[in-house]
Design a protein. Structure first.
Length: 115
C-alpha cells in the first residue's frame, strides 16, 4: 500500500509564496503522472497541477503562471511551488495520481492565504 505524505503548508500573506512537498512511501512517481489537488471548505476537490512521468506539466487556469509543479523520481518526491498567492488559494492541498485508480489520500497540508 503506497502512502502519500504532504507537507509545507502554512499561513501566508497575499502575494507570498510557499513550496509544498509530497513524499511517497515507495517508488511510483517514475511510472505515473502525478497531480496536486486542493479542496476548499464547501467545495469539491479540484486538480490544479499535473506532471507526467516525462515532466510535461499542465495547470488549471486559476493557478497558471503562479504555480509550478516538479518532481524528483529518484527521491519519490513531487513539489508545488506557489507564488503570488491569493486568498482564493486557501485550501487543503493533496497529491495523488492524476487519473484513477487513485492512491489512498494522504492527510494533505493546509494553505491559508490571509492578511
Amino acid at each position: 500500500q503506497v502512502q502519500l505524505v504532504e507537507s509545507g503548508g502554512g499561513l501566508v500573506q497575499p502575494g507570498g509564496s510557499l513550496r509544498l512537498s509530497c513524499a511517497a512511501s515507495r517508488s511510483i512517481f517514475s511510472i505515473y503522472a502525478m497531480g496536486w489537488y486542493r479542496q476548499a471548505p464547501g467545495k469539491q476537490r479540484e486538480l490544479v497541477a499535473r506532471i507526467t512521468a516525462a515532466g510535461i506539466t499542465n495547470y488549471a487556469d486559476s493557478v497558471k503562471g503562479r504555480f509550478t509543479i516538479s518532481r524528483d523520481n529518484a527521491k519519490n518526491m513531487v513539489y508545488l511551488q506557489m507564488n503570488s498567492l491569493k486568498p482564493e488559494d486557501t485550501a487543503r492541498y493533496y497529491c495523488n495520481k492524476d487519473l484513477p485508480p487513485l492512491i489512498s489520500w494522504g492527510q494533505g497540508t493546509q494553505v491559508t492565504v490571509s492578511s
